[in-house]
Design a protein around this ligand. Sequence first.
Ligand code: 13P
Length: 253
Amino acid sequence: MRKQIAAANWKMNLSQNEAETLLDQLLATEHSLSANQEAIFAVPAIYIPLATQKLVGKTNVYVAAQNCHQKDNGAYTGEISASMFASVGVKHIVLGHSERREYFAESDALLAEKVNAVLAIASTPIFCCGEPLAIREAGTQNTFVEAQLKNSLFHLTAEQITKVVIAYEPIWAIGTGKTASSEQAQEIHAYIRSVFASQYGQSIANQISILYGGSVKAANAKEIFSQPDVDGGLVGGASLVATEFAAIINALK
Ligand code: 13P
């Protein structure tokens, strides 16, 4: 069975004290992970050492970065490379979040470079895709998302693509309280899997975890995650509340 993943994306939130309290509360909350399940915490880069230290010894629990630079090192003031994250034990990096695409003008081509950088050091890209509201209203979300995947990922080999985790996050559902229905999520997740199947074959496509993101919370996680092509979630707001995120972990298949 492919991996089922509950990934927290804290975005640019919390002070260090608040981050520590949240992790402590979460560790004190009842949640369990079976062998095929993972919990991942994409925290602000500055809290990575704190989170790593808090989560030490936990099985199937990982600390992730929210972004990285495409180059390995050099004169790129303020940036952090994938290999720097790996050197402090971080092996998962979120790439291409819609907020980065929108506010930092990240293009499909740039994201292809970032994906390469993350795979080059044997880390896992959590690659985000998803359409804005106007595209959903026009009914062209499948072709929109397909282009994002093709442009940034289709240069990869079959072996490489199985190392990538996909996060489908419709922009109209992010931070809006407006979740895609479980039918809408299943429909496009199945489509995304079919896109990979046509390029890499069905058995490779079946190995790729596809997470849903956009207003996932304790109250809707079970219903969304129960869909056959939904392999967990990438969670923003609700991941900042310990009881919410613990319940989301417990909602994994
Ligand atoms: P919300 O869960 O706050 O809608 O955010 C989703 C998201 O962007 C996760 O990356």
